[in-house]
Design a protein around this ligand. Structure first.
Ligand code: KIV
Length: 262
């Protein structure tokens, strides 16, 4: 998938959209060679790559650097850059600067968490030619306000509020929206209520697509597990065996052999 136009068309034409959150040139070359549709350079990189406890450590500069690396390996696939903590809350000028940095680095779109209080930012970016992907439900940048990593939209009022937010995101002109950790019935309702694709993570299978983090879906994030993650490969075991084999070969003097020596 090369553009947000193709992304939007999938709502009616199918098939469902596959998105992977990835951060490095190395990962994006794997993704370019795969049938995965599009790449999100997520601010989860602060946690997954840097070992930070929260995503707050990501800054527009750090994100732009990773977007550049990913875009160079993406083979023309749609690359979406994630606005980091508070980047959409400093007003329109700061948001424009952040988006400009991302698009100059090679992204074709940006993702922004939340909608209330920054609808003007979403609208301004869209009207400036910057495609915006919304993100509601469990938005990790609001973790303290949400009281931790909790399923959102439980109960009638909370579900209705998420539907309202989804409609506001569509009304602002966003080309799609991520639904994170919401009950499947709420994700289904939102997916039916809006005319833009919904991408779920921990939101059941009735969304228009799914997103997972590269390391999580490939079993490369040892010790991290949560209910919605399926390990599609045991990358951790492959890496572990490879490293053990290297150390053993070196210890025994088996590596390098004659063929591996100049
Ligand atoms: O930062 C990220 O990787 C994300 C996705 C998990 C949706 O926001």
């Amino acid at each position: 998938m090369k553009s947000v136009l193709e992304f939007k068309a999938r709502k009616t034409s199918g098939p469902k959209i596959s998105m992977v959150s990835a951060y490095t040139h190395w990962e994006s070359r794997f993704l370019a060679a795969s049938p995965v549709d599009c790449i999100l350079v997520g601010d989860s990189l602060a946690v997954v790559l840097d070992g930070e406890p929260l995503t707050f450590a990501a800054t527009p500069e750090i994100m732009a650097r990773h977007i550049r690396a990913v875009a160079r390996g993406a083979g023309g696939k749609l690359v979406i850059g994630d606005f980091p903590f508070l980047a959409a809350r400093r007003g329109i000028v700061a948001a424009v600067d952040c988006a400009a940095g991302f698009l100059r680095a090679g992204a074709s779109a940006v993702k922004i968490e939340g909608v209330d209080g920054h609808e003007d930012v979403l609208r301004h970016l869209v009207q400036s030619g910057v495609p915006v992907l919304g993100h509601i439900g469990l938005t990790p940048q609001s973790l303290h306000a949400l009281g931790g990593y909790k399923v959102q939209g439980k109960g009638e009022a909370a579900a209705a509020d998420l539907v309202r937010q989804a409609r506001a995101i569509e009304a602002a002109g966003c080309f799609g929206l991520v639904l994170e950790c919401v009950p499947p019935a709420v994700a289904r309702e939102i997916t039916a209520a809006v005319g833009i694709p919904t991408i779920g993570i921990g939101a059941g299978h009735d969304t228009d697509g799914q997103v997972l983090v590269f390391h999580d879906l490939l079993g490369l994030n040892p010790g991290f597990d949560t209910r919605f993650i399926r390990r599609f490969a045991d990358g951790g075991a492959v890496v572990g065996h490879g490293l053990a084999a290297f150390a053993k070969a070196v210890a025994k003097g088996d590596y390098p052999n004659k063929r591996e020596t100049y």
